[in-house]
Design a protein. Structure first.
Length: 269
């Protein structure tokens, strides 16, 4: 995909899917067996599989793609990405704690971003045999079947997952809703909204581009919305690729949640 040509989202998604499936197979060979682990930044776990998957995806996706940039949790940041039209945004293993513990809810999350927004995305949970894909203006799928966010605006009995302190504050101003278990992969938690198995999901502050970009496109292409709690788009490939609290849901329910987060009572808690 020469950088001088416009990239077709469907072609990018097909290439991405092939690479992410290969990365998933590699990750599975290291899953559930003793591997080297360490921490970065004081508390964030890293393991050999993070690095191996990151290396494989970078080699495959950047090969023959002069002018494309790279942004990954496990790679040194290159500021030249800010000048690139196309940027691969990758979390080689989202949910490393789950991976190390032998739990299944970890994913490989990858998206191609153009002008601040994802245009192709794949999210793969190999241990659960779940492969999500989204194409800008082309819909979202899970294992090849179309998926859609749940309709409706009501929060009454809605299935919502997110950080407990935020949900407890929300419960003080919202109709009674059902608090659902959180997937250890943030990307997978958000993708459950696209799938329709959650009615809404909330991401606490301090998430990064690589946690979000693939799930963002999945939610939007499934007929939902994912934005900051105050509304507005989530933009990627900025100087600091970090984000505050985000809300994902079907469009009408998302609007209701944004209104609730604007409630003064909630802001004062």
């Amino acid at each position: 995909m020469p950088v001088t040509e416009v990239v077709e989202p469907a072609q990018a998604a097909a290439r991405l899917a092939e690479c992410v499936r290969e990365a998933g197979a590699l990750a599975l060979t290291m899953f559930g067996v003793p591997i080297k682990t360490w921490t970065k930044g004081g508390s964030s776990p890293v393991c050999e599989a993070d690095i191996a998957v990151d290396r494989l995806l970078r080699e495959r996706l950047m090969a023959g793609a002069s002018g494309f940039a790279w942004l990954s949790e496990e790679s040194a940041d290159d500021p030249s990405r800010l000048e690139a039209r196309y940027v691969w945004v990758v979390d080689p293993i989202d949910g490393t704690r789950a991976y190390i513990a032998g739990l299944p809810d970890w994913t490989i999350s990858a998206a191609l971003v153009e002008a601040g927004r994802p245009i192709a995305a794949c999210l793969y949970a190999p241990a659960m045999d779940e492969f999500f894909m989204a194409i800008a203006q082309g819909g979202a799928t899970l294992n090849g079947e179309a998926i859609a966010a749940t309709p409706g605006a009501s929060l009454a009995e809605a299935r919502i997952a997110g950080p407990k302190p935020i949900l407890e504050r929300l419960a003080a101003v919202a109709p009674p809703f059902t608090i659902m278990p959180r997937e250890r992969s943030l990307a997978l938690r958000l993708a459950r909204v696209a799938q329709g198995s959650l009615d809404a999901a909330i991401a606490g502050g301090n998430s990064h581009d690589w946690d979000l970009a693939a799930a963002d496109l999945l939610v939007h292409e499934a007929g939902g919305a994912m934005t900051p709690s105050g509304g507005g788009p989530v933009l990627y490939n900025r100087t600091v690729p970090r984000h505050g609290m985000l809300v994902a849901a079907g469009r009408d329910r998302h609007a209701a949640l944004v209104d609730l987060f604007a409630d003064r009572r909630l802001a004062q808690m």
